[in-house]
Ligand binder design. Structure first.
Ligand code: SF4
Length: 318
């Protein structure tokens, strides 16, 4: 049965998505996920969440998908040890070396290959599976045919985002992008020894989303007409969900760590109903029935995105 994986961008969001029907909640922890600290939890909050999830028979995943320096790897492994002791049952990791270390220290833990690993094709999925990964999170430009082909040839878990661009395009590859780093050089080290680079998602200092603003270009002193974006604008989706369930996707991932608690809770409620219905009655009529509700959620998503982009622009200028 496909499971619903939902974000816990705040303590309140993390608890409410479990109540709303998520099977598993994923949370970033300060400095170690590809998002800013305003969408990450403290260690104390993770510990409380583990207790609540266990009481409901649900799971917590911790996102550790920055690229650690050699000096930070022992700290990362110490944190994995601590979180696993509190009942965290899996981790989302990008760094290959850390992945191998976590697998050798914790043979039974679930390891998700983060989308931050920047994988592009089925051969890379095979590579990570051989390294010991349990689940691979597919970038949204890999579609249903990729899922079917991977499931036919490998016994690996697959996780698919519930948002994607309309035509599965993607000029920029998540995890292999360093554009944002060029717009900021603010750096600091916390009291545990974690090194932060503001503006670099890969190093745990958040990303300024420079791919999503309109760019103006000049070539040979000549302006090129119009503004263009470097990356598509992903949206929540429904069409083909039944096919993905039939193809054996293990986790559907709700996005939105940086959205409001209320919107994310409502998205989880929505997809809980849809996934349960489609698992019981795989049919296009079921999908069609949910389209109006999805449109409303998409409008709220777009409105919050505009507010978030305004905040990012303000922060980038500071
Ligand atoms: S600039 Fe865009 S593509 Fe690059 S890391 Fe940030 S969100 Fe991802």
């Amino acid at each position: 049965m496909a499971k619903l994986m939902a974000p816990g961008g705040t303590r309140r969001m993390a608890f409410s998505v479990l109540e709303a029907g998520a099977d598993t909640v994923y949370v970033g922890v300060r400095g170690w996920s590809r998002r800013g600290s305003d969408t990450e939890l403290t260690d104390g909050e993770v510990q409380d969440l583990c207790k609540a999830a266990r009481a409901q028979g649900k799971h917590v995943r911790v996102v550790l998908n920055t690229m650690p320096s050699s000096a930070e790897v022992p700290l990362l492994l110490k944190k994995v040890d601590m979180y696993a002791g509190w009942g965290v049952t899996g981790f989302m990791i990008s760094d290959i070396g850390s992945m191998v270390q976590v697998r050798s220290h914790f043979p039974d833990i679930t390891i998700h290959v983060s989308v931050g690993a920047g994988l592009s094709n089925a051969l890379e999925v095979k590579f990570y599976h051989e390294l010991g990964a349990s689940v691979v999170i597919l970038p949204y430009r890999m579609g249903i045919e990729d899922v079917r082909a991977i499931k036919r040839s490998l016994d690996v878990g697959l996780e698919v985002f519930l948002f994607r661009t309309e035509n599965l395009d993607g000029i920029v590859c998540p995890g292999k992008c360093t554009m944002s780093s060029y717009f900021s050089s603010n750096r600091w080290i916390d009291n545990e020894g974690k090194d932060y680079f503001y503006g670099s998602a890969n190093r745990g200092g958040d990303c300024l989303r420079v791919c999503q603003v309109g760019w103006e270009a000049t070539a040979d002193d000549r302006d090129i007409d119009g503004k263009f974006g470097l990356k598509g604008n992903p949206r929540l989706w429904l069409q083909e969900l039944s096919d993905y369930i039939q193809a054996g996707v293990d986790y559907f991932k709700v996005p939105g760590r940086d959205r409001s608690d209320e919107l994310v809770r409502d998205i989880v409620c929505f997809y809980r109903k849809v996934v349960d219905d489609l698992q019981a009655f795989p049919a296009d009529e079921v999908t069609a029935h949910y389209v109006p509700e999805l449109q409303e959620l998409k409008k709220r998503w777009a409105s919050e995105r505009r507010q978030r982009d305004d905040r990012l622009v303000t922060r980038a200028k500071e």
